[in-house]
Design a protein around this ligand. Structure first.
Ligand code: ZN
Length: 157
């Protein structure tokens, strides 16, 4: 990755920390899941409203928000995640998470410029991978309607 690109990606993370997107509870949510990353002390709750829009259509994430506290990586990643998964179906979100997981575990970035690649640097700090994936795990658990709290301890990377 060029230095310029790495600067650009750094900006993405700083920006999401400074101005988190979709932060707060969502009164209209029909799915909620909580994520906990004890190894770093990060917490993340995800609220989303699944809606098919019309009969016979697949359910999509019509609205999403997150709430939580923790390190900059966990909160910026959760904020960015909410902007990426809106309007997507559960299988689409799973595919996006696979891509994101590949980025943070290998440092390899996709061909096309993606804000998710801002987290490629995380692969140099394996302990932080759980921080970066916390919001995603919570969202996947919310999508699958699991009542149990999402914990990165269960989903070992
Ligand atoms: Zn963390």
């Amino acid at each position: 990755m060029s230095a310029d690109l790495s600067d650009l990606y750094q900006q993405v993370i700083l920006d999401h920390n400074k101005r988190p997107r979709n932060r707060g509870k969502l009164p209209t949510a029909n799915r909620v899941a909580h994520g906990d990353n004890p190894s770093c002390g990060d917490q993340c709750s995800v609220y989303l409203r699944l809606d098919a829009g019309a009969p016979g259509q697949p359910e999509r994430i019509a609205e999403i928000s997150f709430d939580g506290s923790g390190c900059a990586i966990s909160q910026a990643s959760a904020s960015l995640m909410t902007t990426q998964v809106k309007g997507k179906t559960a299988p689409e979100v799973e595919a996006m998470f696979q891509n994101f997981h590949h980025i943070v575990t290998t440092g390899e970035t996709p061909e096309e410029i993606s804000d998710l690649a801002a987290f490629a640097g995380v692969h140099s700090f394996p302990a932080r991978i759980k921080c970066a994936t916390l919001g995603w795990h919570a969202t996947l658990n919310a999508l699958h309607g699991e009542a149990t709290p999402a914990t990165t301890e269960k989903h070992t990377d």
